[in-house]
Design a binder for this molecule. Structure first.
Ligand code: AHR
Length: 309
């Protein structure tokens, strides 16, 4: 007991808490809010000091935040990159300063894979493929229909936008009746999703059969635009989106959204554990993916009470 009180009285003797600098994309979606909450809660539960910076969807802000974490000599830098490219120099600065970098949620496109120690997050190409497979099945059940698709892409240059587009296109290529007639970014937000859907409706009119939105928030914004245009979302226009947030389950329960492909935002505990292992010198996996499902509307009411985000 004497030793313990001595240690508490002299800070140099107390165990030094792990310090993680985390640069978050922003607060653009329900998914992102759940992701931030998961990371903050996991850090708190583990007694980790989290220096949190919100980049407001700007790569420049993330680069600034990472440089500031290097200057502060944090133990680990973690970030969810807004876009895939343009990271080589700042990541090299972190490496030269001997600060390990963990990627969460989104990938970076770098030639030198030693610039980060681990990447924890979903397989976005697979999510796009799952969305495509749902539509292929729907088309099989409605064989006489030509299905014109409009696509709301995520943030231009972001890994989930690039990969969800690619996975979906790859799968729907199997059926020539499925055709993407318009595709534009809605920046992963409700406001932009609504605005771009309004423009799609204006230019395509009743020609739109399917909406594929790269996240639930854009789909929810688009639902509003579709209703304001006097059409029935989920019926006149079939809607497929990605994430599986509560808002999507509510929309499905109301018959306004047909399916959501899950993307799990609860990455906090894995991130903190990986950071602790890295600092303890333990080997960590270079790539960690998470288990995810597909939720069509007929499961929505049953699943809604079980949703954690
Ligand atoms: O990177 C994950 C994506 O980013 C989520 O699908 C989206 O909602 C978020 O903004």
């Amino acid at each position: 007991a004497a030793a313990a009180s001595f240690a508490a009285a002299i800070p140099a003797f107390a165990a030094k808490p792990l310090v993680i600098g985390f640069s978050q994309v922003g607060a653009e979606s329900e998914w992102r809010t759940a992701n931030t909450a998961s990371i903050k809660a996991a850090a708190k539960a583990a007694g980790v000091t989290l220096k949190f910076a919100d980049a407001q969807q700007q790569q420049q802000n993330q680069i600034k935040a990472i440089r500031s974490f290097i200057a502060q000599r944090v133990d680990v830098i973690a970030f969810s990159p807004v876009v895939e490219t343009g990271w080589e120099s700042v990541l090299r600065e972190a490496k030269n300063a001997k600060i390990p970098v963990i990627l969460t949620d989104r990938a970076v496109n770098v030639g030198d894979q030693s610039l980060y120690v681990s990447f924890i997050g979903s397989d976005f190409v697979e999510e796009g493929r799952r969305a495509g497979h749902w539509l292929l099945d729907y088309a099989k059940k409605n064989p006489n229909k030509q299905l014109n698709i409009v696509e709301l892409q995520g943030t231009t240059g972001a890994a989930p936008a690039n990969d969800r587009k690619r996975g979906f296109a790859e799968v729907i290529a199997a059926n020539p009746k499925l055709k993407i007639v318009r595709s534009q970014t809605g920046d992963f937000t409700r406001a932009k999703g609504k605005e771009v859907m309004e423009a799609f409706l204006k230019s395509e009119g009743k020609n739109i059969n399917v909406l594929y939105a790269h996240n639930d928030d854009m789909a929810i914004g688009a639902i509003q635009a579709i209703e304001e245009a006097g059409l029935k979302p989920g019926k006149d226009i079939i809607i497929i989106s990605v994430d599986g947030v509560k808002g999507a389950f509510e929309a499905m329960a109301q018959g306004k959204l047909n399916v959501t492909v899950e993307c799990n935002p609860l990455l906090g505990p894995l991130l903190i554990k990986t950071a602790q292992d890295v600092v303890a010198g333990k080997p960590v996996p270079k790539r960690v993916t998470v288990q995810e499902g597909v939720y069509p509307a007929d499961l929505a009411a049953k699943e809604l009470p079980n949703r954690k985000y």
